[in-house]
Design a protein around this ligand. Structure first.
Ligand SMILES: Cc1cc2nc3c(=O)[nH]c(=O)nc-3n(C[C@H](O)[C@H](O)[C@H](O)COP(=O)(O)O)c2cc1C
Length: 259
């Protein structure tokens, strides 16, 4: 039997090219309302959208070049401030640690953002997340007037797809779903999983089209062409690079989030 929810989930793919066609406010409000219907711990989120060309132009430079070509940009923020207003209204004070607040708040924002994505897909729209938002907090704070204890988590381009990509591969479900107890992947399973990912992405020309090759962190000549540059190569280069977490900690502290 056909299941429209599963169809939307299984056919979704990140869209990075958009038609020159606006997304009306009514639709954006509908998507935001669907986002809110996600499970939450404290509704610790704020979604800020813009169509402003100048803003999108700047965001294109710092977050992802596809933003300029999208009719709408949405910023998903962690919002401790709002929850704390509700608590203060009841004459109480938030005494949870900010580490705990982050664990819960990031989940609130993430599930809401994913609802937003799926609702958008179901209406024929396409989306692309931009994970660099936390690292450019000062720019986003200035651009969107983010107060203390409101922190940008992820950006999103939203628009009608110029072309709908096919769904992209995933590692086998046997690598993520375990019955009764955790299963530590064997080297053979790791190899097979990477082969599945690489085959699908290299066939699409995914990293080549995005011009997204990351330089070898260990330096030296790069002998891996785009015909061999798959997910394994990409994530291993990406995560082997310098850890920016201390910069992030400083930025969080600057917004009154103390970890
Ligand atoms: C937190 C997060 C951050 C992301 N950041 C970016 C980004 O900065 N630029 C981009 O082009 N895609 C970004 N993506 C999209 C992923 O690259 C994409 O979801 C992944 O490659 C799987 O492809 P699919 O969504 O088409 O299945 C991000 C996704 C997530 C969840």
């Amino acid at each position: 039997m056909e299941n429209q929810v599963l169809d939307v989930i299984m056919n979704r793919a990140t869209v990075r090219a958009y038609l020159d066609k606006d997304v009306p406010d009514e639709i954006i409000w509908k998507l935001a309302r669907a986002a809110q219907q996600a499970p939450f711990t404290g509704q610790m989120y704020a979604f800020i959208y813009t169509r402003d060309r100048d803003k999108k132009e700047v965001l294109s430079k710092y977050l992802g070049r596809f933003i300029a070509g999208a009719p709408v940009f949405v910023l998903f923020c962690l919002d401790f401030r709002k929850l704390e207003k509700f608590i203060a209204y009841k004459n109480r004070k938030n005494s949870a640690s900010d580490v705990q607040m982050l664990f819960l708040g990031i989940q609130d924002v993430s599930y809401a953002a994913m609802n937003f994505v799926l609702a958008a897909e179901s209406l024929g729209l396409g989306t692309c997340f931009f994970g660099g938002a936390p690292m450019i907090e000062p720019l986003l704070t200035d651009m969107f007037k983010l107060p203390e204890r409101v922190y940008p988590l992820v950006g999103m381009a939203l628009g009608y797809p110029a072309k709908k990509p096919l769904p992209r591969p995933r590692i086998p479900t046997s690598c993520v779903l375990f019955r009764d107890e955790y299963h530590d992947l064997t080297e053979e399973e790791v190899k097979k999983a990477l082969e599945v990912m690489d085959a699908g992405l290299i066939r699409e020309g995914y990293y080549q089209n995005l011009n997204a090759k990351i330089p070898k962190p260990e330096g030296g000549e790069d002998d891996v062409g785009y015909d061999k540059y798959g997910w394994g190569e990409h994530i291993s280069r990406k995560y082997a690079r310098q850890d920016p977490s201390s910069k992030l900690r400083d930025l969080l502290r600057g917004k009154g989030i103390m970890i």
